[in-house]
Design a protein around this ligand. Structure first.
Ligand SMILES: Nc1nc2c(ncn2[C@@H]2O[C@H](COP(=O)(O)OP(=O)(O)O)[C@@H](O)[C@H]2O)c(=O)[nH]1
Ligand SMILES: [Mg+2]
Length: 303
């Protein structure tokens, strides 16, 4: 992750440090350096709008500035870059403490996972259950995806491996009824969290959209989580807008960040979502789910 972005940043910082002098940096000088940087960012899959955001925030930091004779231009430029990217990455921070919120809530805390086919919903639910257990919280996983063949078995297999309860339903049965069963199980057995899987759907699937709306009406989740695939770039942002307008999105989990080798696709999604990001998926194992943390991402880009 961020392999290419890291290189691009490093090159741009070098150029800018050369340009900076004891004289103030003009906007024209900044633009000249940025031009090449702009192309490299686009080539690393950063979306055009996000390139413009980065440009603006960087210009705010460095235009009109000068380095004193005694300071190090490279250091100065590096902190300016970090500061401007931090500002953009901070937009994705979830401003709560999910573990504390679950502990404080009445049992069970209900999370519904939604998203397009193949983004990683089912895998992510297993990872979240694993994460919660490591934080002392019990889960039941609920397969309200009664639509796709094999979806029940896939989640059940994870539940067996993890040793956590599973509630499912018959193929093509009502997803809302399965979700309700899952919550009822959690209530009876004093399970902390019900994690509800749903069938993948595109915005064109009106029937499936209505189904997820019904699931939400019936179980009234504490959190509606949208799962997005880091490799899908701008399409992920469109998916978020769509799901938000249909059912409301409380938080996002961005999967497959490990597969975005250049890093620009994930970066663009994070910077243009306008939704809090709970976790990043960084691989196929249960451990491969990390809380979203801008400082960690900055370290990957700059260290
Ligand atoms: N590399 C990688 N693969 C992932 C990640 N999350 C999910 N996957 C893979 O993506 C594929 C689809 O996942 P699945 O959970 O079935 O997606 P769903 O259709 O949304 O339920 C599977 O092969 C997963 O192993 C991740 O964070 N990194
Ligand atoms: Mg699935």
């Amino acid at each position: 992750m961020f392999r290419r972005i890291k290189q691009v940043l490093s090159e741009a910082m070098g150029k800018l440090a050369e340009t900076l002098s004891t004289k103030e940096l003009s906007y024209e000088e900044f633009e000249e350096v940025f031009q090449e940087f702009e192309i490299s960012l686009l080539e690393a899959d950063v979306a055009y709008d996000v390139v413009q955001l980065i440009k603006k925030s960087l210009a705010d930091e460095v235009v009109g500035s000068r380095v004193s004779r005694f300071s190090n231009p490279a250091e100065y430029v590096r902190s300016a870059f970090i500061k401007s990217l931090r500002g953009l990455l901070d937009r994705g921070v979830y401003r709560g403490d999910i573990i504390a919120e679950i502990k404080a809530s009445s049992k069970p805390y209900v999370m519904v996972f939604m998203g397009v086919n193949g983004v990683g919903k089912t895998t992510t639910i297993a990872k979240v259950a694993y994460f919660l257990r490591n934080n002392g919280l019990s889960s039941v996983v609920v397969a309200s995806d009664t639509f796709r063949a094999g979806a029940q078995e896939q989640l059940e297999l994870h539940s067996k491996r993890l040793g956590i309860p599973f509630i499912g339903g018959k193929y093509r049965s009502d997803p809302a009824a399965v979700a309700k069963d899952g919550v009822t199980y959690a209530v009876k057995n004093r399970v902390d969290i019900a994690l509800i899987d749903t069938a993948g759907r595109m915005h064109t699937d009106v029937d499936l959209m209505n189904e997820v709306k019904k699931v939400i009406r019936v179980v009234r989740p504490n959190m509606k989580v949208l799962v997005l695939d880091a490799l899908t770039g701008n399409d992920a942002v469109n998916q978020a807008t769509w799901f938000d307008s249909q059912v409301g999105v409380d938080a996002v989990i961005l999967t497959k960040a490990d597969a975005d080798v250049k890093g620009g696709s994930a970066l663009s999604i994070i910077m243009s979502l306008g939704k809090p990001i709970l976790f990043l998926g960084v691989g196929q194992r249960y451990e491969d789910l990390i809380p979203y943390d801008p400082e960690m991402l900055l370290r990957r880009m700059f260290d």
